[in-house]
Design a protein around this ligand. Structure first.
Ligand SMILES: [Zn+2]
Length: 238
């Protein structure tokens, strides 16, 4: 037959587990959200880079086409130079030639910038792809584990509640109500070990006769200061 205090210590372990299970209902979904977000973000980075890369290549091709069209145009204008008759015609043609040359040079600058950009994107896209794949594989593994945990919380809680009930009925009602009150008001452990002749929770020193009573263990002794139930454990309490 277990003493009341031993029963309460068992109860306390169950209550701790129940608390953890309750907390896991909050943090497991949070962890899962984070893992899903990581997958999504790494995939988006890869896709965004891939899109940017292909758009840049298309832009480069278009600019190069435009450059060759303008170069044809330039050749024609330069041929026309041969048949110029007036100064006015000459001035007009020169300004036309200048503007085509300027357009070509602008586009050449843009092509150079694009080539640089494409090189940079090419340098990082493999890493992004690998990262996205790894994140998917790793995180999905973790997600499966967490989902399983989440699915089993309900049944674990009811098992613990059954265990709790079986102990609860063996503890005197008055003791049980002290336990419940301290648990509700203070949180954390209700039964605490005496440590260095003081309450293991609030560290208030205990007079010798109290220590004797606690050591006997035949009645519930609570701490005057924190209200928790005190227990003597040989080797831990001295
Ligand atoms: Zn105390």
């Amino acid at each position: 037959m277990l003493s009341d205090i031993e029963l309460l210590l068992k109860l306390q372990v169950i209550d701790y587990d129940l608390g953890e299970l309750e907390r896991s209902k909050e943090y497991i979904p949070d962890m899962m959200e984070n893992l899903k977000r990581e997958i999504k973000e790494s995939e988006e980075l890869f896709q965004k880079t891939e899109k940017e890369l292909s758009e840049s290549k298309v832009m480069q091709k278009n600019l190069e086409l435009e450059i060759s069209t303008r170069q044809e145009e330039l050749k024609k204008l330069q041929t026309q130079m041969m048949s110029i008759k007036t100064n006015k015609e000459y001035d007009a043609l020169i300004s036309q030639i200048d503007s085509v040359k300027e357009a070509i040079s602008d586009r050449e600058t843009q092509v150079l910038e694009l080539i640089e950009k494409i090189e940079k994107l090419n340098g990082s896209i493999d890493d992004y792809r690998k990262n996205a794949e790894e994140s998917r594989v790793q995180n999905e593994k973790q997600l499966a584990v967490l989902q399983e945990k989440m699915d089993s919380v309900g049944s674990k809680v009811s098992i613990k509640q059954d265990e709790r009930h079986r102990i609860e009925v063996q503890v005197p009602k008055r003791t049980m109500s002290i336990y419940e009150r301290v648990r509700k008001n203070r949180g954390g452990d209700v039964v605490v070990t005496v440590k260095k002749r003081a309450s293991g929770s609030c560290y208030k020193a205990l007079p010798p006769h109290r220590i004797q009573e606690i050591k006997r263990g035949d009645q519930i002794i609570t701490c005057d200061n924190c209200g928790r139930m005190l227990v003597w454990i040989d080797g831990e309490s001295e």
